[in-house]
Write a protein that binds this ligand. Structure first.
Ligand SMILES: CC(=O)SCCNC(=O)CCNC(=O)[C@H](O)C(C)(C)COP(=O)(O)OP(=O)(O)OC[C@H]1O[C@@H](n2cnc3c(N)ncnc32)[C@H](O)[C@@H]1OP(=O)(O)O
Length: 410
């Protein structure tokens, strides 16, 4: 078997092969994903060829930027379009493509790669760990009343979360570049968020509201009339109003958009996609049980390719020192690092000191963005803590300023 990079000339054969692997047709949108393949970068795609030269496997990488804790931005390879023809599965084609791709990403100097997994058992063996999570929040209209924020009842309280902006409803086609600009501002401050390159918007190559699927968009503007949030939505079966994504520069804008959706007439319930269980919206209902969380699942998986650079790239919020013994079985590596955090900056160097934690690189990927507590993986038996306080220290060190979250689909 041969694995080779593609060029623009391979576009058709690549697109055909990946669709055959998924049993789909290129003209049919995947899960509302529009013309998702039109955003592929054909100098970053791989084809696996059988001995007779026929293409049997595909893998690709998008050039994204990932926001790390502390609003630090790093390039991230977004691995996608992974597929092997049904006739050639379980013969090691994927493993060979993953090995090839990881070596290529390292050679380009990438410090990490990310993906959305079609099935959870596939990617751990290649060093990826689930790092952000998502869920849907469904709210029946009759339970949709919001509570008065308690901190605002005190006369001298700082008015956090107050909103003096406005909401306007546009058709998706009337939004121009508003959504792109608002998303870009939001994702730079949100740990776990990915950039959406301009060509995605221009090609309408993602899920709604990027895709050409018809949508209304509630656009939130600040007190000066500048757009700083949006909620794209449609009303479907059973008069359910489904919000694809609620994007806002701050919590007040988010609450204003949520209030708009919840106040929509002739709607039986509101389904907020991508609102995980710990989101403040749940606390804003007068009835704490108003929102039903469902579809709780992993979203972004992270694979560290250069541990010292990855650990120094993110922001940190608690000072401390921790020795990590990191095993990377797929790449056959084992290294011990001293992580030192002082004044929000991390330093990571090789050491031969006794480790505080021993962990697989996939588990380091899971805790890296602060969305999975190291102590959870210690309790699950995946991370080994060598001292009683090592897990507590790791929890304090690895936490982010807020839960990491990603809603970009690729
Ligand atoms: C980021 C993304 O693009 S996600 C999309 C992934 N693609 C799909 O789901 C499309 C449909 N599925 C496929 O195309 C193929 O089944 C793939 C790509 C998932 C796997 O390709 P294969 O060439 O069969 O994998 P390969 O033979 O290299 O298997 C490697 C190992 O993973 C295991 N494995 C492969 N697929 C799966 C799976 N779906 N579930 C559990 N284990 C799996 C194999 O058993 C093997 O284990 P081993 O090393 O212990 O023997």
């Amino acid at each position: 078997m041969e694995i080779r990079s593609t060029t623009d000339e391979d576009r058709d054969v690549f697109v055909d092969t990946v669709h055959a692997a998924f049993g789909r047709f290129a003209e049919t949108p995947i899960e509302g994903g529009g013309l998702w393949w039109s955003a592929l970068e054909f100098d970053r795609c791989l084809l696996a060829l059988a001995a007779d030269g026929r293409p049997v496997g595909t893998a690709a990488a998008h050039s994204f930027e990932l926001t790390l804790p502390g609003a630090k931005l790093v390039p991230a390879a977004g691995v996608t379009a992974v597929g092997v023809l049904p006739s050639h599965r379980r013969q090691g084609v994927l493993s060979a493509m993953m090995r090839h791709q990881l070596a290529e990403l390292r050679a380009r100097g990438e410090i990490l790669s990310v993906l959305l997994a079609s099935e959870a058992p596939i990617y751990g063996r290649f060093g990826y760990g689930p790092a952000t999570y998502t869920a849907r929040l469904t709210v029946p209209r009759h339970q949709a009343a919001l509570a008065v924020p308690r901190a605002r009842q005190a006369p001298d309280a700082a008015v956090s979360g107050s909103d003096d902006g406005s909401v306007e409803v546009l058709r998706r086609a009337e939004c121009g570049e508003i959504l792109e600009a608002v998303y870009d501002r939001y994702r730079r401050a949100q740990p776990g968020a990915l950039s959406r390159p301009h060509r995605w918007w221009a090609l309408r190559a993602g899920q709604p509201p990027i895709s050409p699927a018809p949508r209304y968009v509630a656009v939130h503007r600040d007190a000066h009339g500048v757009p700083d949030g949006y909620a794209s939505y449609s009303i479907g079966e059973g008069n359910a109003l489904t919000v694809d994504e609620t994007i806002a520069a701050d919590d007040a804008g988010f609450a204003a958009l949520a209030r708009f959706a919840l106040g929509h007439d002739l709607v039986s319930r509101v389904v907020f996609k991508h609102v995980p269980a710990e989101h403040p919206l749940r606390w804003q209902f007068a009835d704490f049980r108003a929102g039903e969380v469902s579809g709780d699942t992993d979203w972004l998986w992270v694979r560290l390719l250069d541990v010292p650079r990855a650990l120094t790239a993110r922001g940190w919020f608690t000072d401390g020192e921790l020795v990590l013994d990191v095993e990377d079985p797929f790449l056959g590596e084992r290294n011990r690092y001293l992580l030192t955090v002082r004044d929000g900056k991390g330093d990571c160097v090789p050491t031969d000191r006794e480790p505080g934690l021993s962990l697989d690189v996939r588990d380091l990927g899971s805790i890296y963005l602060g969305g999975t507590a190291p102590s959870t993986l210690v309790r699950a038996g995946h991370i080994q803590a060598h001292r009683a306080d090592a897990a507590t220290l790791a929890d304090a060190l690895f936490r982010a300023e807020r839960s990491p979250h990603c809603l970009h689909w690729f």
